[in-house]
Design a protein around this ligand. Structure first.
Ligand code: MN
Length: 289
C-alpha cells in the first residue's frame, strides 16, 4: 500500500559534486560520481559510477573477469543489456530496469559484458560496504528483474521504484541488515513534490540523471548529472524534492559503519594487512574458492 511519507523538516544540500570522467574494466567510459575522497563522508557507500553512451566504443570492451572482496555491488540498468557470470556459478542477463545485487564478501570473480553491439547503454553501479564481521562470509548474488521491483505510484503521477529499503509505505526488493540501505529510483513529473523520510543518522545523497530538482526548504537547484550530498541535520527527518522539469534521480541512504576503510582497487577491507591477504588469496586462486 502506498502511504505518502510526511516530514516536518527537510535536509539541505551540503555540497554538489560533478563526478569525474574515467574509464574502467577493459576500457568502459563512465563517470565516477562517488569517488574515494567521499567514502568517509558517505559511509557505508564506497563508489557510484554512472554510464550512458550510444557509442559502442565507449562500452563494448566491458568488464572481463576480475575479483572483489569485502563489500557489495549493486548494478542498475536503465537501458541496454549486460551479461554477468561469476565464480559461484551465477549467471544472469541484466536488461532495462533490472537490478543485480552481488555480495562479494570473502571473494568472487566475475565478468560483466555488454550483450549488444550498438544502441544506448545506460546504468549505474553502486558499491556498499560490509561491516567487518561480514567481510569474510560466503559470496552471494541475486538478479532482480524489473517486474519484481516494488513501486510506489502516487496520485500525482510520481513513481518511486523501491530497490532497497522502503518508501511511501512500500517495502523494497532488498533489505540488508546493519547498513540498512535505501536505494530509490524516483520519477518526478514537472512541478511535483515528493517527501522521503530519512533516519537523521544515516548518510544520504542523490544523483539526478534527467531534468532538475529543487532540494530542501531553500530549494537549491540540482541539475542533470549532478550529485548532491544531503546534510546530516539532526532536526531533519527526511528530504523534500520538487521537480522543475520531468526529473529522474537516484536517492541513496544508509547507516554509517564508522569502521576503518582500506581499499586497493576491487578489494575493500579494514586494514592494509587484510588487503595484502586478499591479494595473496587472489594470486593463490583461493580468493573465490
Ligand atoms: Mn565488478
Amino acid at each position: 500500500m502506498t502511504h505518502p511519507d510526511t516530514i516536518t523538516r527537510s535536509r539541505r544540500v551540503e555540497r554538489q559534486v560533478a563526478g569525474m570522467a574515467t574509464s574502467d574494466g577493459a576500457g568502459v567510459r563512465l563517470t565516477r560520481v562517488l569517488t574515494q575522497p567521499l567514502q568517509g563522508r558517505l559511509d557505508p557507500f564506497l563508489m557510484l559510477d554512472a554510464f550512458r553512451s550510444d557509442d559502442p566504443d565507449d562500452y563494448i570492451a566491458g568488464f572481463p573477469a576480475h575479483p572483489h572482496r569485502g563489500f557489495e555491488t549493486i548494478t542498475y540498468m536503465i537501458a541496454g543489456r549486460m551479461r554477468h557470470r561469476d565464480s559461484t556459478g551465477g549467471e544472469g542477463l541484466l536488461d532495462n530496469g533490472d537490478v543485480q545485487w552481488m555480495t562479494a564478501a570473502r571473494g568472487i570473480i566475475h565478468s560483466e559484458m555488454p550483450e549488444q553491439e550498438d544502441g544506448l547503454m545506460e546504468g549505474f553501479q553502486l558499491w556498499l560496504n560490509l561491516p567487518a564481521q561480514d567481510k569474510m562470509q560466503p559470496a552471494a548474488y541475486q538478479d532482480i528483474p524489473s517486474t519484481q521491483i516494488p513501486e510506489a505510484m502516487l496520485d500525482d503521477g510520481t513513481r518511486v521504484r523501491v530497490i532497497a529499503g522502503s518508501s511511501q509505505g512500500v517495502s523494497g526488493a532488498v533489505q540488508r541488515p546493519v547498513t540498512e540501505p535505501l536505494l530509490l529510483d524516483i520519477h518526478l513529473p514537472a512541478g511535483r513534490q515528493l517527501a522521503q523520510a530519512l533516519p537523521p543518522g544515516h548518510n544520504a545523497f542523490l544523483y539526478v540523471y534527467r531534468g532538475e530538482v529543487l532540494v530542501g526548504d531553500e530549494a537549491e537547484s540540482v541539475p542533470t548529472t549532478r550529485m548532491a550530498v544531503l546534510a546530516n541535520d539532526p532536526e531533519a527527518d527526511g528530504v523534500a524534492l520538487t521537480a522543475t522539469s520531468d526529473a529522474r534521480l537516484l536517492l541513496v541512504a544508509g547507516r554509517p559503519l564508522g569502521e576503518p576503510i582500506a581499499q586497493y582497487g576491487p578489494f575493500v577491507m579494514n586494514s592494509q594487512a587484510e588487503l595484502e591477504q586478499a591479494l595473496a588469496d587472489y594470486r593463490d586462486g583461493t580468493l573465490a574458492a
